[in-house]
Design a protein around this ligand. Structure first.
Ligand SMILES: [Zn+2]
Length: 185
């Protein structure tokens, strides 16, 4: 390939004169500085909570670009306070608060420790999915038979709202099949 066809990227110095958009500026600030911006600091022994979305834990970008690798916020806290995390080690919470990044509440453990910890604290058990009359919002209202009656009924909505003590939208949702889908029909 002739040398002329090689596309060269602009030199890094472009950053010096071209203003960065705000979302790039934020990624070039040091990790530590960005970290503290999102932490609600409290007393030395209290939980310091991450104020951004936590599902299941807070996250922070390693920085440098928009698509940069992300890091859990409690792991970032370990990095900032104690240094590198040994390979394969997990940063665990003594306080069982996933939002917490207080370094005093963190400790290093293995995957096995993590599992033991989770089981002991009763995490990782999914609540059952409640449907139909077992659903707390529906329990007081309708039986399965009544739902089917409403679906089959050709009576005006206002008659049904009075009979079943439902709102118009409640009746309409049942008729449209949006609610009580598990009953079929
Ligand atoms: Zn804590």
């Amino acid at each position: 390939m002739p040398q002329n066809d090689v596309v060269t990227l602009p030199p890094l110095e472009w950053r010096k004169w071209k203003p960065l958009p705000h979302w790039r500026k934020s990624h070039f600030r040091p990790l530590e500085e960005r970290f503290w911006q999102y932490v609600q600091r409290a007393g030395a022994n209290e939980c310091w909570e991450w104020t951004r979305r936590c599902a299941p834990y807070g996250q922070i970008s390693l920085g440098g670009s928009r698509g940069a690798e992300r890091l859990y916020s409690h792991r970032a806290s370990w990095l900032i306070h104690y240094g590198a995390i040994p390979d394969g080690k997990h940063v665990l919470h003594k306080c069982d608060n996933g939002r917490c990044v207080n370094p005093r509440h963190l400790f290093l453990g293995t995957q096995a420790d993590n599992n033991r910890d989770r089981d002991r604290k009763g995490r990782g058990v999914k609540p059952p999915v409640l449907r139909g009359k077992d659903h707390p919002r529906q329990a007081r209202k309708l039986t399965d038979a009544q739902v089917l009656e409403i679906r089959r009924s050709t009576e005006p909505t206002r008659i049904l709202t009075a009979r079943y003590g439902m709102s118009r939208s409640g009746i309409n949702f049942i008729r449209a099949g949006t609610r009580w889908q598990h009953l079929g029909e």
